[in-house]
Design a protein around this ligand. Sequence first.
Ligand SMILES: *Cc1c(COP(=O)(O)O)cnc(C)c1O
Length: 232
Amino acid sequence: MNDERGTGIAARLSAVRAHIDEATQRAGRPAGSVRLVAVSKTKPVAALREAYAAGQRDFGENYAQELVEKANALRDLPDLRFHFIGKLQRNKARDVVGAATLIHTVDRSELAEAVNRRAAAENKRISVLVEVHLGDEASKGGVKPEGLGALLTAMRAMEGLDVRGLMAIPPPSDDENVARSYFATMRALRDEHGGVAALPELSMGMSSDYEAAIAEGATLVRVGTAIFGARG
Ligand SMILES: *Cc1c(COP(=O)(O)O)cnc(C)c1O
């Protein structure tokens, strides 16, 4: 980005925050109802410190080992929060439960069980979102909308889990109307499965489409490139 606000992380963060505030207001939603998760995967610890110095507190990471390493390296910043947004394997539940405030990507009952067991072992409740699969790309994670009800029922019975909402990574699209229709589907699924009271969080929207996601009710937007620049 090359405008009067400059090109550093602090400048890009403030531009993204301004866009979030504008989109929130346009949608008629209360100020502050959308939280920015700065997606820092593959970026060095120095970049996270720079964002932290500019007031950013929520960071998203995709890989369990990288999450643990960064959490250790940034222990001196106690109010920094990590979100786990990557594909999670059962044998990584320990790392992620220990280091993340919110896991966005629980999408099957065996994984939910593993996270639940790990939380119980640490005597805590971990906040989680259920990842929903939209579109039909075979390779992506997420529970199909048809299976969401059963998975939610199973997870709500697990004492180590606090089920906070839904997450999605819709198929990429250049057409803003298509992107927006996926986000609208998420909002409808949330309403169908208990509404805002039961599922207050909707994690959706990335650098290219977070404003459309906010228009449809996103409470957590996951933005990487627009803050930290392209990944190598
Ligand atoms: C990498 C990633 C993002 C951030 O994507 P950008 O396009 O860089 O903003 C958001 N969500 C998930 C799940 C990701 O893996």
